[in-house]
Design a protein around this ligand. Structure first.
Ligand SMILES: Nc1ncnc2c1ncn2[C@@H]1O[C@H](COP(=O)(O)OP(=O)(O)OP(=O)(O)O)[C@@H](O)[C@H]1O
Ligand SMILES: O=P(O)(O)OC[C@@]1(O)O[C@H](CO)[C@@H](O)[C@@H]1O
Length: 304
């Protein structure tokens, strides 16, 4: 079983309009509330790929109710801890550019944290826990790291999709895969890249620090997969980017979902790339037919 963890989910309020004029009243007749948060997006793709998964995390208030209702409508199995504060709304403006305003999120109490940690007793050998996204206020900075001894003791694997020190802190526990985009990778090493070689040197360092596999995503420019003995590249699919929100989450879902079925990192990377592109080419998180449509375009090349 794959468990996705979204400790700070959101209703994504997606607003489409041609242009935003700063300092003026702008109007849109194309707005929607979509269940969001990185782990929830991973669950949405896993469901499309028909891979069993359960969404864990914290939800509360009227927004939390709407979020759970949307997940239930989409038949996404979920078992959230209900909190007394209110799940956040993140604003995603799609105009000439994509602009995102992500709220800090609700306050989580010590009692709610304990209730969440109790969920981990369900874990069994072979399960995978996908830990994704920002930490809600009240959670300790090393919250993900705190969960890892229990996850590993159960014989489960984990994937972590976060940035900076919170990501680096988890590497000693050997995540199955991590997926920084090329900007996040540069930030991790406080540098900037003048070539793909420089980027790959940093990706290798993450393997040495403990990651089992590293994917580096570069939006429309494709991505790399670096494993301990192989190195792969795939060009980006060609299409019209409509909404990149959730493309990275979709890539992780495609990788993890395929990996649990095949154990093949290159094939998992191929499906991950297709899921990412399919989501970038649609307004919401991609559905199966959209993933299938993109898949023939993704060619994974083994470099070494
Ligand atoms: N414009 C695009 N055209 C084709 N594929 C894309 C595009 N944008 C994203 N993708 C696909 O999705 C993957 C992940 O995208 P990206 O590198 O933007 O990740 P990210 O920065 O984590 O995304 P986000 O935070 O927006 O979810 C890419 O490797 C690629 O396969
Ligand atoms: O604030 P975080 O947790 O870093 O990111 C949250 C978020 O931007 O991530 C998803 C896209 O990846 C969205 O559905 C959601 O609004």
């Amino acid at each position: 079983m794959i468990y996705t963890v979204t400790v700070n989910p959101a209703l994504d309020y997606v607003i489409q309009l041609e242009k935003v004029n700063g300092g003026e009243v702008n109007r849109s007749n194309n707005c929607s509330f979509l269940a969001g948060g990185k782990g929830i997006n991973v669950s949405q793709i896993l469901n499309q790929l028909k891979i069993d998964n359960t969404a864990w995390g914290f939800v509360g208030g009227f927004t939390g109710k709407e979020l759970v209702q949307q997940l239930n409508q989409r038949r996404i199995v979920n078992d959230f801890v209900t909190i007394s504060d209110v799940t956040r709304v993140n604003v995603k403006i799609h105009a000439e550019q994509e602009t995102e305003i992500n709220a800090a999120g609700p306050k989580i109490t010590a009692q709610e944290i304990t209730a969440f940690k109790d969920r981990l007793s369900d874990l069994k050998q072979g399960d995978v826990v996908v830990l994704s996204g920002s930490l809600a206020p009240g959670l300790p900075r090393d919250f993900y790291k705190q969960l890892l001894p229990t996850i590993k003791a159960a014989g489960a694997e984990f994937v972590v999709d976060t940035t900076g020190a919170a990501l680096l802190d988890t590497l000693e526990y050997k995540p199955l895969v991590i997926k920084p985009n090329h900007h996040e990778l540069a930030d991790l090493f406080n540098t900037s890249f003048n070539s793909d070689e420089e980027m790959l040197t940093c990706a290798h360092k993450l393997l040495e620090m403990g990651a089992q596999n590293v994917m580096v995503s570069m939006a429309g420019k494709g991505g790399y997969l670096i494993t301990h003995d192989r190195f792969y590249h795939a060009k980006g699919a060609v299409g019209t980017a409509i909404n990149s929100v959730g493309a990275g989450d979709s890539m992780i879902a495609g990788f993890v979902g395929t990996y649990v079925q095949t154990g093949d990192p290159a094939e998992s990377f191929r499906i991950g790339m297709a899921c990412g592109a399919a989501t970038a080419f649609t307004k919401d998180i991609a559905v199966k037919s959209q993933i299938d449509a993109v898949l023939p375009q993704i060619k994974v090349e083994q470099i070494s």
